[in-house]
Ligand binder design. Structure first.
Ligand code: WQD
Length: 345
């Protein structure tokens, strides 16, 4: 039987590469487009080493309409798109809002615009728990009210969701699944693919693993005086391979016409809130490696606490986060060691 062809934009990136692996393992034919602005072509080697298959790759920018038009013509029969291609650094988005609005929104609009012409039936969108802001109650369900975004990056996620809903409501001949990720962490257990941080990491796990290996002197814990049990912020850390698997279920649901609504929204999280201090402790216990850290002032703009109620994804998609936090920390550490062995950092 012919394999179903899926376009993965941003497919050499962190979540894109893990999703490509799971798509190939599930029997899909994957075409990747990526401009390599925040990822490395070597991810293709990692994907091939894990799956035995090298996905088709187009180096290109999704903000360029003609590039995408050519891609759809060169790779006919694409049935679904998973859109990871986006800029994602919160701080940078405050400095360069237009870069974020241009990249993230133009990419989305170009893809939605081209889908009908090439008969693409389904669109999976990477959204974020950032749309909930600081929620009044935890855990958050998909019906928890969204709040005003606190950064241009977050606002691109909110606006993108609206653009998708409006486009599908206008009668466009396709459907969409919006996935709201909580905090994706860890790496493939093979340590052949993972997150490649650019410069000094802003996110907790890359900073933590770089500290553990000695690249950074110490990890700053941003605040221990929050109204939480241990005073540090609380997040829902979701294993990236678990997250990747949810995309396979979502895109299959779209191409097989199993969706119940034209646009479905799912939270992708574990359902467990874990504090920053608890996370450090889990890392140290599961890897046996100490992480020098100190309490630092609060970071401006941080949400105090947010974690998912993933019931809808569990019941409707039949998907559940399976990895333990300890295993996830071990995978993040193995990936950091792999980067060292390869001389990358
Ligand atoms: C987690 C916790 C920090 C670094 C952001 C975006 C979100 C998503 C993921 C993606 C916070 C604390 C961090 C450090 C620390 N977008 N921390 N010391 O802020 O929850 O989410 O990234 O692409 O939309 O908002 O993730 O990893 O930056 O922080 O104490 O050196 O770790 O204060 O409480 P965040 P994070």
């Amino acid at each position: 039987m012919e394999k179903t062809r899926i376009l993965v934009t941003g497919g050499t990136g962190y979540i894109g590469s893990h999703t490509t692996v799971e798509l190939i393992n599930a029997g899909f034919d994957v075409v990747i487009i990526d401009n390599l602005s925040n990822s490395n072509i070597d991810s293709l080697d990692g994907i091939e080493a894990i799956t035995g298959v090298r996905p088709a790759f187009v180096k290109g920018d999704c903000t360029d309409f003609a590039t995408l038009e050519k891609l759809f013509a060169d790779y006919p029969g694409i049935k679904g798109i998973i859109n990871f291609a986006a800029s994602k650094a919160v701080g940078e988005s405050v400095e360069k809002p237009l870069l974020y609005y241009r990249n993230n929104l133009t990419t989305l609009i170009n893809l939605l615009d081209l889908m009908p012409r090439f008969g693409v039936k389904g669109f999976v969108f990477s959204s974020s728990c950032t749309v909930y802001g600081e929620p009044d109650e935890n855990p958050v369900t998909e019906n928890t009210p969204t709040k005003k975004a606190t950064s241009p990056y977050g606002n691109t996620k909110k606006i993108s969701e609206d653009i998708i809903v409006d486009t599908v409501a206008s009668g466009a001949p396709f459907r969409s699944i919006i996935l709201r990720y909580f905090n994706p962490v860890g790496a493939h257990p093979s340590a052949l693919i993972g997150e490649l941080p650019n410069g000094v990491p802003q996110n907790l796990i890359p900073y933590l693993t770089q500290t553990a290996i000695g690249i950074r002197k110490e990890l700053s814990v941003f605040g221990n005086d929050y109204p939480t049990p241990d005073g540090s912020c609380i997040r829902d850390f979701i294993n990236v391979v678990d997250l990747a698997k949810a995309h396979v279920v979502a895109v299959r649901r779209l191409v097989e016409d199993k969706t119940l609504e034209p646009v479905e929204v799912f939270n992708l999280g574990t359902g467990n809130g874990v504090s920053v201090l608890e996370l450090i402790d889990t890392f140290e216990k599961s890897t046996g490696v100490k992480v020098p850290h100190r309490i630092a002032p609060r970071r401006a703009g941080d949400i105090i606490q947010v974690w998912a109620d993933p019931t809808r994804a569990n019941e409707v998609l039949g998907w559940k986060a399976e990895s333990t936090l300890a295993d996830t920390m071990v995978s993040a550490w193995k990936w950091q060691q792999h980067l060292r062995e390869k001389g990358i950092m």
